[in-house]
Design a protein around this ligand. Sequence first.
Ligand code: N2P
Length: 357
Amino acid sequence: MSHRPLVAIVGLSLSVLALPAAAQQQQLNLFNWSDYMDPALIEAFEAETGIDVVLNYYNSNAEMFSKLTAGGDAQYDVIVPSGYFMPRLIGAGLVQPLADEGASLAGREAIMEEFQTPAYDPEGRYTVPYLWGMTGIAYNTETWPDPEPSWGLLYDPETNQDQPFALLKGDAQFTFGTACAYLGHGFDCVGKDPWIEAAKLVSETRKRDNFVGFVDATATIEQLARGTIQAGVAYNGDLANKLAESPETYGKIGFFIPEEGSQRWVDVMAIPARAPHPEAARAFVEYMLRPEVAAQLANYNRYTTPNEAALPLVDPALREPPVMPDAQTRQRLVSTPSVSGDTLQLLQQLWNEALSR
Ligand code: N2P
Protein backbone atom coordinates (compact mmCIF):
# COMPACT_ATOMS: atom_id res chain seq x y z
CA MET A 1 0.00 0.00 0.00
CA SER A 2 2.74 2.40 0.99
CA HIS A 3 4.47 1.67 -2.31
CA ARG A 4 1.58 2.68 -4.47
CA PRO A 5 2.12 6.43 -4.55
CA LEU A 6 5.78 5.84 -5.37
CA VAL A 7 4.92 3.54 -8.26
CA ALA A 8 2.41 6.07 -9.48
CA ILE A 9 4.96 8.89 -9.27
CA VAL A 10 7.65 6.83 -11.00
CA GLY A 11 5.18 5.82 -13.69
CA LEU A 12 4.09 9.38 -14.18
CA SER A 13 7.57 10.85 -14.33
CA LEU A 14 8.70 8.18 -16.81
CA SER A 15 5.87 9.00 -19.15
CA VAL A 16 6.53 12.74 -18.74
CA LEU A 17 10.19 12.16 -19.52
CA ALA A 18 9.41 9.91 -22.44
CA LEU A 19 6.94 12.27 -24.07
CA PRO A 20 9.12 15.23 -24.93
CA ALA A 21 11.81 12.96 -26.41
CA ALA A 22 9.29 11.23 -28.66
CA ALA A 23 7.62 14.52 -29.53
CA GLN A 24 10.97 16.18 -30.25
CA GLN A 25 11.77 13.64 -32.93
CA GLN A 26 8.59 14.65 -34.71
CA GLN A 27 10.13 17.96 -35.78
CA LEU A 28 12.94 18.99 -38.10
CA ASN A 29 14.29 22.54 -38.26
CA LEU A 30 15.74 23.10 -41.70
CA PHE A 31 17.91 26.18 -42.23
CA ASN A 32 18.40 26.67 -45.97
CA TRP A 33 19.04 29.29 -48.65
CA SER A 34 15.88 31.05 -49.78
CA ASP A 35 14.24 29.62 -52.94
CA TYR A 36 16.17 26.38 -52.72
CA MET A 37 13.69 23.62 -51.86
CA ASP A 38 10.70 22.08 -53.58
CA PRO A 39 7.74 22.34 -51.13
CA ALA A 40 6.36 19.08 -52.58
CA LEU A 41 9.46 17.24 -51.34
CA ILE A 42 8.93 18.59 -47.84
CA GLU A 43 5.28 17.53 -47.90
CA ALA A 44 6.18 14.02 -49.08
CA PHE A 45 8.83 13.70 -46.34
CA GLU A 46 6.35 14.84 -43.70
CA ALA A 47 3.68 12.42 -44.94
CA GLU A 48 6.11 9.49 -45.00
CA THR A 49 7.77 10.07 -41.62
CA GLY A 50 5.27 12.05 -39.57
CA ILE A 51 8.05 14.58 -38.91
CA ASP A 52 7.02 18.25 -39.13
CA VAL A 53 9.50 20.35 -41.06
CA VAL A 54 10.00 23.95 -39.93
CA LEU A 55 11.73 26.09 -42.55
CA ASN A 56 14.06 29.02 -41.92
CA TYR A 57 16.02 30.87 -44.59
CA TYR A 58 19.25 32.76 -45.20
CA ASN A 59 20.75 34.48 -48.23
CA SER A 60 24.47 34.05 -47.73
CA ASN A 61 26.95 31.76 -46.02
CA ALA A 62 27.97 34.67 -43.80
CA GLU A 63 24.39 35.12 -42.57
CA MET A 64 24.07 31.38 -41.86
CA PHE A 65 27.45 31.36 -40.07
CA SER A 66 26.61 34.25 -37.79
CA LYS A 67 23.24 32.72 -36.84
CA LEU A 68 24.99 29.45 -36.03
CA THR A 69 27.62 31.11 -33.84
CA ALA A 70 24.84 33.00 -32.02
CA GLY A 71 23.27 29.75 -30.74
CA GLY A 72 21.75 28.46 -33.99
CA ASP A 73 23.81 25.29 -33.71
CA ALA A 74 21.37 24.25 -30.94
CA GLN A 75 18.32 25.39 -32.90
CA TYR A 76 18.66 23.96 -36.41
CA ASP A 77 18.82 20.29 -37.42
CA VAL A 78 20.02 20.57 -41.01
CA ILE A 79 21.94 23.42 -42.67
CA VAL A 80 23.01 23.81 -46.31
CA PRO A 81 26.33 25.72 -46.38
CA SER A 82 28.62 25.92 -49.39
CA GLY A 83 31.38 23.31 -49.13
CA TYR A 84 34.17 25.85 -48.79
CA PHE A 85 32.55 27.15 -45.57
CA MET A 86 32.71 23.70 -43.94
CA PRO A 87 36.27 23.94 -42.53
CA ARG A 88 35.20 27.12 -40.70
CA LEU A 89 32.15 25.36 -39.28
CA ILE A 90 34.13 22.25 -38.30
CA GLY A 91 36.93 24.41 -36.83
CA ALA A 92 34.44 26.36 -34.72
CA GLY A 93 32.84 23.12 -33.46
CA LEU A 94 29.49 24.07 -34.99
CA VAL A 95 28.74 20.78 -36.78
CA GLN A 96 28.69 17.08 -35.89
CA PRO A 97 29.62 14.01 -37.95
CA LEU A 98 26.69 12.67 -39.98
CA ALA A 99 27.23 9.09 -38.84
CA ASP A 100 29.32 7.14 -36.34
CA GLU A 101 32.97 6.56 -37.21
CA GLY A 102 33.23 4.01 -40.03
CA ALA A 103 29.47 4.16 -40.71
CA SER A 104 27.81 6.00 -43.58
CA LEU A 105 24.33 7.26 -44.38
CA ALA A 106 22.16 5.00 -46.55
CA GLY A 107 22.29 6.04 -50.20
CA ARG A 108 25.58 7.96 -49.97
CA GLU A 109 27.12 5.66 -52.61
CA ALA A 110 24.91 7.35 -55.26
CA ILE A 111 27.06 10.49 -55.00
CA MET A 112 29.50 11.06 -57.87
CA GLU A 113 33.11 10.10 -57.23
CA GLU A 114 34.36 13.72 -57.43
CA PHE A 115 32.07 14.73 -54.56
CA GLN A 116 32.72 11.70 -52.32
CA THR A 117 35.89 12.93 -50.59
CA PRO A 118 36.16 16.65 -51.36
CA ALA A 119 38.90 18.94 -49.98
CA TYR A 120 36.39 20.68 -47.68
CA ASP A 121 35.49 17.36 -45.99
CA PRO A 122 38.19 14.84 -46.96
CA GLU A 123 36.63 11.83 -45.27
CA GLY A 124 33.08 12.78 -46.18
CA ARG A 125 32.21 12.64 -42.45
CA TYR A 126 30.29 15.89 -42.12
CA THR A 127 28.56 16.48 -45.41
CA VAL A 128 26.41 15.14 -48.20
CA PRO A 129 26.34 17.34 -51.33
CA TYR A 130 23.01 18.97 -52.21
CA LEU A 131 23.42 20.79 -55.53
CA TRP A 132 26.22 22.57 -57.35
CA GLY A 133 26.31 25.67 -59.49
CA MET A 134 28.24 28.76 -60.38
CA THR A 135 28.37 32.46 -59.65
CA GLY A 136 28.68 35.00 -62.45
CA ILE A 137 27.61 38.42 -63.65
CA ALA A 138 23.94 39.07 -64.33
CA TYR A 139 23.32 42.18 -66.43
CA ASN A 140 20.73 44.03 -68.49
CA THR A 141 21.03 42.96 -72.14
CA GLU A 142 19.26 46.15 -73.28
CA THR A 143 22.01 48.24 -71.69
CA TRP A 144 24.81 45.95 -72.88
CA PRO A 145 23.68 43.81 -75.86
CA ASP A 146 27.10 42.18 -76.26
CA PRO A 147 29.37 42.81 -73.26
CA GLU A 148 32.92 41.48 -72.92
CA PRO A 149 32.61 38.56 -70.53
CA SER A 150 34.81 40.24 -67.91
CA TRP A 151 34.69 41.37 -64.28
CA GLY A 152 35.52 44.75 -65.84
CA LEU A 153 31.76 45.28 -66.19
CA LEU A 154 31.82 45.81 -62.43
CA TYR A 155 35.37 46.91 -61.68
CA ASP A 156 36.42 49.02 -64.67
CA PRO A 157 35.08 52.60 -64.47
CA GLU A 158 35.75 52.97 -68.23
CA THR A 159 33.66 49.94 -69.18
CA ASN A 160 30.82 51.05 -66.93
CA GLN A 161 30.97 54.79 -66.43
CA ASP A 162 27.52 55.55 -65.12
CA GLN A 163 25.23 52.51 -65.01
CA PRO A 164 24.19 51.52 -61.48
CA PHE A 165 25.69 48.22 -60.34
CA ALA A 166 26.08 46.08 -57.21
CA LEU A 167 28.63 43.69 -55.73
CA LEU A 168 27.71 40.51 -53.85
CA LYS A 169 26.94 40.95 -50.16
CA GLY A 170 28.08 38.74 -47.33
CA ASP A 171 30.88 36.76 -48.93
CA ALA A 172 34.29 38.36 -48.42
CA GLN A 173 36.15 35.49 -50.05
CA PHE A 174 33.98 35.45 -53.14
CA THR A 175 33.96 39.21 -53.69
CA PHE A 176 37.72 39.55 -53.14
CA GLY A 177 38.15 36.52 -55.42
CA THR A 178 36.36 38.34 -58.25
CA ALA A 179 38.53 41.45 -57.77
CA CYS A 180 41.60 39.23 -57.60
CA ALA A 181 40.61 37.51 -60.86
CA TYR A 182 40.07 40.89 -62.53
CA LEU A 183 43.53 42.01 -61.36
CA GLY A 184 45.04 38.94 -63.03
CA HIS A 185 45.81 36.87 -59.91
CA GLY A 186 43.12 34.24 -60.45
CA PHE A 187 39.84 33.73 -58.61
CA ASP A 188 41.44 31.53 -55.94
CA CYS A 189 43.67 34.49 -54.97
CA VAL A 190 46.65 32.74 -53.38
CA GLY A 191 48.92 34.73 -51.02
CA LYS A 192 48.63 37.78 -48.83
CA ASP A 193 49.47 40.54 -51.34
CA PRO A 194 46.77 39.61 -53.88
CA TRP A 195 44.14 39.70 -51.11
CA ILE A 196 45.34 43.16 -50.06
CA GLU A 197 45.28 44.41 -53.66
CA ALA A 198 41.79 42.94 -54.17
CA ALA A 199 40.53 44.62 -51.00
CA LYS A 200 41.87 47.95 -52.27
CA LEU A 201 40.00 47.54 -55.56
CA VAL A 202 36.76 46.69 -53.74
CA SER A 203 37.14 49.68 -51.50
CA GLU A 204 37.80 51.99 -54.52
CA THR A 205 34.85 50.49 -56.36
CA ARG A 206 32.53 51.24 -53.44
CA LYS A 207 33.34 54.92 -53.79
CA ARG A 208 32.21 55.15 -57.41
CA ASP A 209 29.05 57.21 -57.89
CA ASN A 210 27.22 54.42 -59.73
CA PHE A 211 27.93 51.78 -57.06
CA VAL A 212 24.55 51.00 -55.48
CA GLY A 213 25.70 48.67 -52.69
CA PHE A 214 26.39 45.09 -51.64
CA VAL A 215 23.33 43.02 -52.52
CA ASP A 216 22.46 39.32 -52.02
CA ALA A 217 22.29 37.26 -55.22
CA THR A 218 18.54 36.65 -55.09
CA ALA A 219 17.81 40.35 -54.54
CA THR A 220 20.23 41.22 -57.36
CA ILE A 221 17.96 39.48 -59.88
CA GLU A 222 14.94 41.43 -58.61
CA GLN A 223 16.83 44.73 -58.74
CA LEU A 224 17.90 43.97 -62.33
CA ALA A 225 14.31 43.21 -63.28
CA ARG A 226 13.14 46.49 -61.73
CA GLY A 227 16.00 48.47 -63.29
CA THR A 228 17.45 49.59 -59.94
CA ILE A 229 20.75 48.15 -61.09
CA GLN A 230 22.09 47.23 -64.53
CA ALA A 231 24.71 44.70 -63.44
CA GLY A 232 25.43 42.58 -60.39
CA VAL A 233 26.36 39.10 -59.19
CA ALA A 234 24.02 36.09 -59.25
CA TYR A 235 23.84 32.29 -59.31
CA ASN A 236 23.05 30.50 -62.58
CA GLY A 237 20.12 28.36 -61.37
CA ASP A 238 18.39 31.26 -59.62
CA LEU A 239 18.27 33.15 -62.88
CA ALA A 240 17.21 30.08 -64.90
CA ASN A 241 14.36 29.62 -62.42
CA LYS A 242 13.18 33.21 -62.65
CA LEU A 243 13.36 33.12 -66.46
CA ALA A 244 11.17 30.03 -66.56
CA GLU A 245 8.77 31.62 -64.06
CA SER A 246 8.29 34.86 -66.01
CA PRO A 247 10.08 35.53 -69.30
CA GLU A 248 8.41 38.98 -69.50
CA THR A 249 9.84 40.11 -66.17
CA TYR A 250 13.28 38.54 -66.33
CA GLY A 251 13.86 37.99 -70.08
CA LYS A 252 16.15 40.99 -70.47
CA ILE A 253 18.64 39.65 -67.92
CA GLY A 254 21.77 38.05 -69.34
CA PHE A 255 24.39 35.99 -67.48
CA PHE A 256 28.04 35.16 -68.10
CA ILE A 257 31.01 33.62 -66.35
CA PRO A 258 33.85 36.16 -66.67
CA GLU A 259 36.84 34.99 -68.68
CA GLU A 260 39.17 35.81 -65.75
CA GLY A 261 37.49 33.01 -63.81
CA SER A 262 34.75 32.60 -61.23
CA GLN A 263 33.33 30.33 -58.62
CA ARG A 264 31.97 26.85 -58.94
CA TRP A 265 30.36 25.99 -55.62
CA VAL A 266 28.82 22.91 -54.17
CA ASP A 267 26.29 23.31 -51.38
CA VAL A 268 26.14 20.53 -48.82
CA MET A 269 23.85 19.24 -46.07
CA ALA A 270 25.31 19.16 -42.56
CA ILE A 271 24.01 18.71 -39.01
CA PRO A 272 24.78 21.42 -36.41
CA ALA A 273 26.70 20.35 -33.31
CA ARG A 274 23.79 20.62 -30.86
CA ALA A 275 20.93 19.93 -33.30
CA PRO A 276 17.77 19.25 -31.23
CA HIS A 277 16.56 16.44 -33.51
CA PRO A 278 19.63 14.63 -34.90
CA GLU A 279 17.73 11.45 -35.78
CA ALA A 280 15.18 13.37 -37.81
CA ALA A 281 18.10 15.20 -39.44
CA ARG A 282 19.73 11.93 -40.52
CA ALA A 283 16.41 10.64 -41.84
CA PHE A 284 16.04 13.83 -43.88
CA VAL A 285 19.55 13.66 -45.36
CA GLU A 286 18.97 10.00 -46.31
CA TYR A 287 15.66 10.99 -47.92
CA MET A 288 17.42 13.71 -49.95
CA LEU A 289 19.96 11.11 -51.12
CA ARG A 290 17.30 9.04 -52.88
CA PRO A 291 17.90 9.40 -56.64
CA GLU A 292 14.30 10.31 -57.43
CA VAL A 293 14.27 12.94 -54.67
CA ALA A 294 17.65 14.39 -55.75
CA ALA A 295 16.39 14.58 -59.37
CA GLN A 296 13.19 16.32 -58.32
CA LEU A 297 15.23 18.83 -56.29
CA ALA A 298 17.48 19.58 -59.30
CA ASN A 299 14.50 19.89 -61.66
CA TYR A 300 12.71 22.23 -59.28
CA ASN A 301 15.74 24.43 -58.51
CA ARG A 302 17.35 24.27 -61.96
CA TYR A 303 20.75 23.46 -60.54
CA THR A 304 22.99 20.49 -61.20
CA THR A 305 22.85 17.41 -58.99
CA PRO A 306 25.94 15.68 -57.61
CA ASN A 307 23.89 12.46 -57.38
CA GLU A 308 25.02 10.11 -60.16
CA ALA A 309 21.97 7.86 -59.89
CA ALA A 310 19.70 10.92 -60.23
CA LEU A 311 21.23 12.14 -63.51
CA PRO A 312 19.13 9.99 -65.86
CA LEU A 313 16.00 11.37 -64.16
CA VAL A 314 16.97 15.01 -64.59
CA ASP A 315 15.21 17.16 -67.17
CA PRO A 316 17.42 17.13 -70.34
CA ALA A 317 17.28 20.95 -70.50
CA LEU A 318 19.23 20.98 -67.24
CA ARG A 319 22.11 19.15 -68.86
CA GLU A 320 22.69 22.13 -71.17
CA PRO A 321 23.85 25.73 -70.65
CA PRO A 322 23.18 27.86 -68.70
CA VAL A 323 22.45 25.25 -66.04
CA MET A 324 25.19 22.82 -67.08
CA PRO A 325 28.14 24.94 -68.23
CA ASP A 326 29.68 24.25 -71.67
CA ALA A 327 33.29 23.06 -71.90
CA GLN A 328 34.70 26.56 -72.38
CA THR A 329 32.84 27.94 -69.36
CA ARG A 330 33.84 24.96 -67.23
CA GLN A 331 37.49 25.86 -67.80
CA ARG A 332 36.87 29.26 -66.23
CA LEU A 333 35.41 27.82 -63.07
CA VAL A 334 37.39 27.44 -59.89
CA SER A 335 36.28 25.60 -56.76
CA THR A 336 36.54 28.15 -53.98
CA PRO A 337 39.43 27.08 -51.77
CA SER A 338 38.76 26.62 -48.06
CA VAL A 339 40.65 29.16 -46.01
CA SER A 340 41.32 28.98 -42.30
CA GLY A 341 43.62 30.31 -39.57
CA ASP A 342 45.70 33.40 -40.41
CA THR A 343 44.40 33.70 -43.98
CA LEU A 344 40.81 33.68 -42.78
CA GLN A 345 41.63 36.30 -40.18
CA LEU A 346 43.32 38.49 -42.78
CA LEU A 347 40.36 38.08 -45.09
CA GLN A 348 37.92 39.16 -42.44
CA GLN A 349 40.05 42.09 -41.38
CA LEU A 350 40.38 43.27 -45.01
CA TRP A 351 36.63 42.89 -45.56
CA ASN A 352 35.82 45.01 -42.50
CA GLU A 353 38.30 47.64 -43.66
CA ALA A 354 37.01 47.66 -47.24
CA LEU A 355 33.44 48.12 -45.97
CA SER A 356 34.30 50.87 -43.54
CA ARG A 357 36.53 52.99 -45.78
C1 N2P B 1 19.37 29.69 -53.63
C2 N2P B 1 20.66 29.55 -54.33
C3 N2P B 1 21.77 29.40 -53.41
C4 N2P B 1 22.96 28.85 -53.98
N1 N2P B 1 18.45 30.48 -54.27
C5 N2P B 1 24.18 29.49 -53.49
N2 N2P B 1 25.22 28.63 -53.17
